[in-house]
Design a protein around this ligand. Structure first.
Ligand code: CP3
Length: 345
């Protein structure tokens, strides 16, 4: 079978005969075959066993006909390697969150090949297994989103400890962010060297900031990450959760593709981002709980709004939810392919 490079061509804003589609968090969560695999091992063990991580990565490619694979891992894996004990319950928990300068000084900037060799090994296995199939996406959390977990100790509603650090002790915050930024640069470069064919930076929590604070406390670190990548033609996707009010700033990050959530029309997002950037999105993940004809209608709506200019990768506006009916996810992928193929005929 010929290698399906629709995704890579769309990232480069080259013409495609059909819009490529994949789904954030497609590896794991909603597939029955994933839950069966998880019976055998806990989540961290799966992440750290290259053969199991590779197997989980391939499930959605085999079962859903998506146009890209994303590595099965988690954004917090390199943070554990910085020296923070990590548990998943299944939500991530750091037992000893960062609360002072001494803890920040103690953090390591790990060498990825030494500290998380299983990630690079999984990538190497996957590149062999995906030969002639679809491209492999590597990823990292953005420094800001990683810092939020490190300071809060897990997920959060109002981010009081994290925002207190930012607003009360900006120098300490900067010291923490510098260490995370350097870690992320090395981590993504190691993934690219191992064979990742695109990388996505997940800034899931960037949208908790005012636009001015986003520009001061978040964006410069992602920009530094992107500048630090030995890209060699590997496209960079920058996704900011709840980021639609920030697109005018995000467009200057240096990424090739901007991921957008569903809180803005994709036509308006493209107007703000301009002709030099590709877009990825932006189906509301909860609309996968609608009847299939309604899913198909919404797919057509997004494809129509995305317009005829090249550079659209169809995706959800955030991760697919664990309870999503598999048939509905499959219907979404088929609808994207069928309708966009007709439009381009
Ligand atoms: O896209 C993919 O499918 C690749 C694998 C992947 C996982 N996590 C696997 C996972 C990716 C890209 C991530 C990124 C991630 N992890 C983000 C950013 C993406 C986003 O959704 O905004 C965040 C915020 C995390 C942190 C995290 N990890 C949380 C909040 C949780 C709790 C449970 C959940 O699924 O939301 C996890 C655990 C996790 N990461 C699971 C998987 C498959 C579930 C673990 C299990 O099987 O029990």
């Amino acid at each position: 079978m010929a290698f399906n490079d629709l995704f890579l061509r769309a990232c480069r804003r080259e013409p495609v005969e059909m819009t490529p589609v994949w789904m954030m968090r497609q590896a794991g969560r909603f597939l029955k075959t994933y839950r069966d695999l998880r019976e055998k091992a806990d989540f961290l063990t799966m992440c750290k066993t290259p053969e199991l991580a590779a197997e989980a990565t391939l499930l959605p490619v085999n079962e859903l006909n998506v146009d890209a694979a994303i590595l099965f891992s988690d954004i917090l894996i390199p943070v554990e390697a910085m020296g923070m004990a990590l548990d998943f319950t299944p939500a991530p928990v750091f037992a000893e969150p960062i609360r002072n300068g001494k803890q920040i000084e103690a953090l390591r900037i790990p060498d990825p090949e030494e500290s998380v060799p299983f990630v690079m090994e999984a990538i190497r296995i996957l590149r062999r297994e995906l030969t002639g199939r679809v491209p492999l996406i590597g990823f990292s959390g953005a420094p800001f989103t990683l810092a939020s977990y490190m300071v809060e100790g897990g997920g959060s509603k109002n981010y009081i400890p994290f925002k207190s650090l930012i607003y009360q002790e900006p120098e300490l915050y900067a010291r923490l962010m510098d260490k995370i930024t350097e870690t992320v640069i090395r981590y993504l470069n190691a993934q690219i060297a191992a064979g990742a064919q695109a990388v996505q930076i997940f800034d899931t929590w960037g949208g908790i900031l005012t636009p001015e604070d986003f520009e001061t406390y978040d964006l410069p670190y992602t920009v530094k990450v992107i500048r630090g990548l030995k890209r060699k033609g590997v496209p960079v996707i920058h996704y900011v959760g709840t980021g639609s009010a920030l697109l005018g700033r995000i467009k200057n990050s240096g990424a090739d593709v901007i991921g957008i959530d569903w809180r803005i029309g994709i036509d308006e997002a493209r107007r703000i981002l301009g002709p030099d950037l590709a877009v990825q999105g932006n189906f509301d993940p909860t609309a996968l709980f609608a009847p299939i004809p309604e899913i198909q209608r919404r797919v057509r709506e997004i494809l129509d709004k995305a317009g005829d200019a090249p550079g659209h990768i169809f995706n959800l506006g955030h991760g697919i939810l664990p309870a999503t009916p598999e048939a509905h996810a499959r219907a979404l992928v088929d609808a994207v392919h069928n309708y966009s193929r007709k439009k381009n005929a």
